[in-house]
Structure formats: C-alpha cells, structure tokens
Ligand binder design. Structure first.
Ligand code: XIL
Length: 365
C-alpha cells in the first residue's frame, strides 16, 4: 500500500478510536468550538460518576454551570462555613475536558440557607454578609470561573423590583433606591475578581416586554455611569410551546448587544405536556420543541454579541421540570433518559452547522 495512504488510514483509525463514537459525526461542541461560541449545560456534580452522563457532557459541551452547587444554600451551610466541594468537582471535571465554567449565582432571593433567611439580620449585617460572600466565593474560583451570574431574578414581570432579603426585606440598606443594591453587588464582584465577566440573569425577559425594558434601562444606566456589568443572561425556560413571548428575542438581544454587553442564553429548556403516566400528550410536540430551540439558537447566533447558548441540564433523566411542574411537564432537554439524542438535539446541531458553513469552517457532517 502507498505509504501516504496507509498513514492516512492509520490516522483515521486513531481518530475513530479516540472519538469514542461509532462514527465520526460532529458533536455540538465540535461545531461550537470552531465558530467560537459556547454551548453549555447546567450540571449536577453528583452525576459526574455516571459514565454516560460524563461522556455525553464532555463530548457535547464546551461550557458548564453548576445547577445548584454554587448557590448560597449549597456553598454556605452555616454563617462561618464555606463548602466548595461540589463546585470544585465541577471545576475539576471541566478543566480535564477543556470546558469553561459559568458561576451561578451570588445574589438571589431563592435557594438561600435557612440560617440566612431566618436569622433576623439587620441591613448592616446583611450588607457585610453579602460583601463577604461575593468576595470569598469569587476569589476561591478566580481563574476557574470565567463569568458569574452576580444577580439572579431581581425584577418582577412589570419591571419593578422583586421583594427580597437583599433589596427590601430588609435589604442591605438600599431599600426603595431602585438598582442601587444591584450596583453595589456588581461593584463588590468586580473588586473580588476583576477578570470575571459579570452578568445579570433573569427569566421571561427574552423578548421585548416590561421586564426586559427594565433590564435594558439598568444596563444602559450602568454602562453610562461606569458601573461594572459585562453581560445579560436570558434564561429561556419555555413552559408554553405556543408562546409569542420569545418572538421579539432578536430585537432584545440586539439592543442589549448595542450597549456593549454580551448576551448568554443561560437556562434553556422546553417542558412538554405529560399525561398521568408520564407519557407525552402529543407526539408532535417533539417537533414543536425542536423548532423553539432552533428559533432561540438562531436568534442568538445571528448577533455577534450573543456568545453562549446553554441548556438547563442535557438529559431528561435529570431535568428540574417534572419536579417543578408536579409531573405535568417534562422531556424538556436534548437527550432522552437513556442519552439518545432527540429532534431538539438535531435542530440545535443543524443551527451550529449552518453557522459554521456560512463562516466557511464547516468541519463536515
Ligand atoms: C433550579 C434547579 O434546577 C433546581 O434543582 C432547584 O431545586 C431550584 O433551582 N432559575 C434559576 C435556576 O436561575 O437556578 C433554577 O434552578 C431554575 C430557575
């Protein structure tokens, strides 16, 4: 056999073996790596020991975010103790597989420990606690977590402020002063880790509406006054397959990007109606779901400023949706319970492939 040809054959078989797949099909991350976008998923560190979970994660994604492991309730079991074990597991896995880590989250009304919520702290004490928390957690993960959801879900649907322990109940001392407490948190975050990207993250703010208007106004004001903020996370939890809410998503992403911040899709999923036995009510919903993911992915990739698409988990085996909806919805993610790709996976892959093609860097099917 010709020497060059046999070398090529040998290289091809090495590729075949190391790919760990039966064929050389490109994964989501194969495309995403080439076009320079992040394709991410929320992860649960306790599942990393499950072979199919770990191999799918490493094969398909170039970004991860701990689903719960870096929230107050997980990281701070009592006032004096920080427990970084689970978060560190995610970071170690990510580093072993060239995966970037997004941190979530530092200021939120939910998923807080009981000692904090029931501690009857004064505003001054809460302010000290929050500053210390942001500083300790961000310094621990400096150089390992490239972007943080500093604030999660601070606005309500009408564009006002959610009541919260950090805002007004009793708050860190800036109750009634609009975004002042958010500004303070962003400033503490920048001081803690000047290299991390700082994000505001929220749900039901994908399209143009009262909440996304309020977020836009805040970002505009912060940018104008030099308050540190680098990005906005749009969660993209879709509960209604016929929603019109996301139809103006491109416009919203464009106006945010025009302010000079990045946009990440941070928690995408789309729960499908299930019957009492947990089966799909309508088979055709799988196609509708795929079209929703396709729409969101396109809306993101069309804009230079939208740099990451992340789903809230990747296998239906471990999605928060069935629990959250009391079993009425599920099958919200890219892979089924045995890690087989669903139509929605193929839709997302196609969008990434098309993007690679139009950039002239399509690595093949
Ligand atoms: C959810 C997790 O998925 C659940 O496991 C947990 O019980 C509650 O929080 N918006 C967010 C996420 O920003 O942190 C939430 O995650 C889902 C809604």
């Amino acid at each position: 056999m010709h020497a060059k040809k046999s070398l090529n054959l040998a290289l091809a078989s090495i590729l075949f073996i190391t790919s760990g797949r039966g064929c050389l099909a490109q994964s989501l991350r194969d495309y995403a790596d080439r076009i320079g976008v992040l394709i991410g998923t929320a992860v649960n560190p306790s599942k990393l020991t499950e072979a199919a979970y770990a191999s799918t994660l490493a094969r398909e994604f170039n970004m991860v975010e701990p689903e719960n492991a870096m929230k107050w309730g997980a990281i701070r079991p009592d006032q004096k103790t920080f427990n970084f074990k689970s978060g560190d597991q995610v970071v170690a896995f990510a580093q072993g597989h060239r995966i970037k880590v997004r941190g979530h989250c530092l200021v939120w009304q939910k998923y807080n420990p009981a000692w904090l919520m029931n501690g009857h702290f004064t505003s001054e004490q809460l302010s000290d606690l929050l500053r210390e928390h942001i500083s300790t957690v961000m310094k621990h993960y400096a150089g390992q977590v490239f972007a943080w959801d500093v604030i999660n879900e601070a606005f309500d649907a009408s564009g006002g402020f959610e009541r919260s322990i950090w805002y007004d109940s009793p708050g860190i001392g800036m109750a009634g002063k609009g975004t002042a407490y958010l500004e303070q948190a962003f400033r503490w975050a920048r001081a803690a880790d000047p290299k991390a990207l700082l994000f505001y993250n929220d749900y039901d703010a994908e399209g143009l509406n009262a909440k996304s208007n309020a977020i836009y106004a805040m970002v505009k004001d912060f940018k104008h006054r030099g308050v540190p903020i680098d990005g906005v996370g749009l969660q993209a939890h879709v509960f209604n397959l016929n929603t019109k809410e996301i139809s103006s998503m491109s416009e919203n992403i464009a106006r945010l990007a025009a302010l000079g911040v990045e946009v990440h899709i941070t928690e995408m999923d789309a729960g499908l109606p299930l019957d009492k036995k947990g089966n799909l009510v309508n088979q055709s919903d799988l196609t509708k779901q795929a079209e929703i993911y396709r729409f969101v992915a396109k809306a993101c990739l069309q804009q230079r400023g939208c740099t990451a698409i992340q789903t809230w988990g990747f296998t239906d085996k471990y999605s928060w949706i069935p629990g959250y909806t009391k079993g009425t919805k599920g099958m919200a993610l890219l892979f089924d319970e045995v890690y087989a790709p669903k139509p929605v996976y193929n839709a997302l892959r196609e969008v990434l492939q098309q993007q690679a093609q139009s950039a002239g860097i399509d690595p093949g099917p």
